[in-house]
Design a protein around this ligand. Structure first.
Ligand SMILES: Cc1cc2nc3c(=O)[nH]c(=O)nc-3n(C[C@H](O)[C@H](O)[C@H](O)COP(=O)(O)OP(=O)(O)OC[C@H]3O[C@@H](n4cnc5c(N)ncnc54)[C@H](O)[C@@H]3O)c2cc1C
Length: 464
């Protein structure tokens, strides 16, 4: 019986160290330089971050979800999930621990689909934490549906020429290179007609139309580029994966990215729950603590139950990925992505609400919109629900006839036949047989009722 919810004592020690380190050394960066996931790291900030990274490497906690040949510790997704319960409290922590989006996903696909030359040129500096990268897929006219993408790459001798526009290409302003998804064969389905390209971000023809910000960020200060590619030329060897393979590459990348978002959402939701509970135990109104009021207790209970269910789902999904693969865990990853948005939105809204005016003021920095954002990035909730539903339905079949298999008369008639078979095996002269016959007459289906049910089934199913 291998069903164990405990953490290895040695790894727990690592988690305890991380907890203190993130609170003491990393969370202050969020307060001074913003807690959004994407950051500009100029000097002298880079020196500070490098100092913190050195401590992380020394503890063998750098990029530890990656295999050792990729510069990590090969801890896998379950341990990463436990780590992310700490790292997700802070926008800077994933950067300090070498597991920040979009670089983790980009590293994963270069590792999986890249040639040796591509790995040496693009992957290695990324894994060393020397550069940042960008993933450029969404287009202004549509993000949820890849069949709407129009950015085109055309082969010209030894080069590909890219033309088109992309929206919300996160971290482009910091990235050394961009992974761009483009249509290479418009005559086949989008699922076979698009390819991925590795594009250095200083390639001529890349025009940033705006660095879009989130919420109330200052115009031009954001980290999500609206970018135009105008006759951007890259050598043929910059094709990542096979021609026409972009959809498969994207699925692999986004699958990993989504579960990592969900892991960090556990941490954010826990932080909101902590604030909710502290407030409930601190504020008195109408003669008693908020925590004494049943409607507030409901908020606490609902939040805790939602968070625990979500956390277990995330940990189980991480375990499943470690046991099999991201593809095998697809249904659960999609479900975690849905829950991440719903649970985070619900708990953060309650936490903010319970803080009253203070909660909506700029003294606290609540941001209920983080949950909303979680429901959009890497594909909206609706699309993930459709994906979950499709995969759940694969395990079922429709009823063989007009009536559901659980239809009452069918079940009673079936049970009656089964019982008669059992009784039929008994000696007709034995006392037990008589007792069983009597029992049958007292059952929910006496002879006459069962006869009528059988006739009804024959008449209606026979009419199909
Ligand atoms: C913080 C953040 C970072 C991002 N970073 C990147 C990045 O680095 N690179 C990149 O390429 N993209 C990035 N994106 C873009 C993201 O992938 C898209 O926003 C997402 O795929 C949704 O596309 P869209 O915004 O065009 O919304 P649309 O496709 O226009 O969808 C809008 C809404 O329509 C509804 N909807 C959509 N499809 C369905 C459906 N099938 N059924 C019912 N309702 C539906 C949903 O409510 C959805 O929210 C980022 C987005 C955010 C918020």
């Amino acid at each position: 019986m291998a069903w164990d919810f405990s953490t290895d004592p040695e790894f727990q020690e690592q988690l305890d160290w991380m907890d203190g380190f993130v609170r003491r050394e990393v969370e202050p960066l969020d307060l001074l330089f913003g807690r959004m996931t994407y950051h500009a790291i100029d000097e002298p900030l880079r020196t500070i971050v490098e100092g913190l990274r050195a401590q992380v490497r020394e503890r063998k906690l750098w990029a530890c979800h990656l295999d050792p040949e990729l510069g990590g510790e090969g801890y896998g997704q379950l341990k990463l999930a436990l780590m992310n319960e700490i790292l997700g409290r802070s926008g800077w922590a994933p950067i300090v621990f070498g597991c920040q989006a979009p670089d983790t996903g980009n590293a994963e696909i270069i590792a999986h689909y890249g040639t040796d030359e591509q790995k040496a040129r693009w992957l290695q500096p990324l894994l060393n934490g020397e550069v940042f990268s960008c993933y450029s897929m969404t287009e202004p006219q549509g993000g949820s549906d890849p069949t709407m993408f129009t950015t085109r790459a055309v082969r010209d001798g030894d080069e590909w020429v890219i033309n088109g526009e992309k929206f919300f290409s996160s971290n482009l302003r910091e990235a050394s290179f961009i992974i761009v998804m483009a249509v290479t064969d418009p005559d086949v389905s989008a699922y076979r007609g698009m390819s991925m390209f590795l594009v250095p971000s200083d390639t001529p023809g890349i025009q940033v139309l705006a660095h879009i910000g989130l919420g109330t960020e200052e115009w031009g200060e954001g980290m999500h580029a609206h970018v135009r590619y105008e006759n951007v030329r890259v050598p043929a060897e910059n094709l990542l994966g096979g021609e026409g393979q972009a959809f498969e590459v994207a699925q692999r990348r986004l699958g990993g990215g989504r579960i990592h978002h969900a892991m960090r959402a556990v941490a954010s939701a826990q932080k909101q729950l902590d604030m909710l509970c502290e407030r409930a135990l601190s504020r008195t109104t109408q003669g008693e603590l908020l925590a004494k009021k049943q409607m507030v207790q409901e908020m606490v209970a609902d939040s805790w139950i939602q968070l625990q269910s979500f956390r277990l789902m995330v940990l189980h999904t991480a375990w499943l990925i470690d046991q099999s693969s991201t593809a095998e865990a697809r249904r659960q990853i999609a479900a975690c992505k849905v829950l991440a948005a719903e649970v985070l939105s619900a708990i953060s809204t309650r936490a903010q609400h319970l803080h009253g005016a203070l909660g909506v003021s700029n003294l606290m920095g609540f941001s209920a919109s983080y949950g909303v954002m979680m429901g959009i990035m890497d594909g909206p909730t609706e699309v993930h629900k459709v994906s979950v539903a499709r995969q759940v339905l694969k395990g079922y079949q429709g009823s063989p006839d007009l009536w559901p298999t659980e239809f009452g008369p069918r079940k009673v008639v079936g049970a009656r036949h089964r019982f008669e078979e059992m009784v039929g095996d008994l000696d007709p002269t034995a006392e037990q047989r008589v007792a069983f016959d009597e029992l049958l007459q007292r059952s929910a289906g006496d002879d006459e009722t069962v006869k009528q049910m059988q006739a009804y089934l024959d008449a209606t199913i026979g009419n199909l």
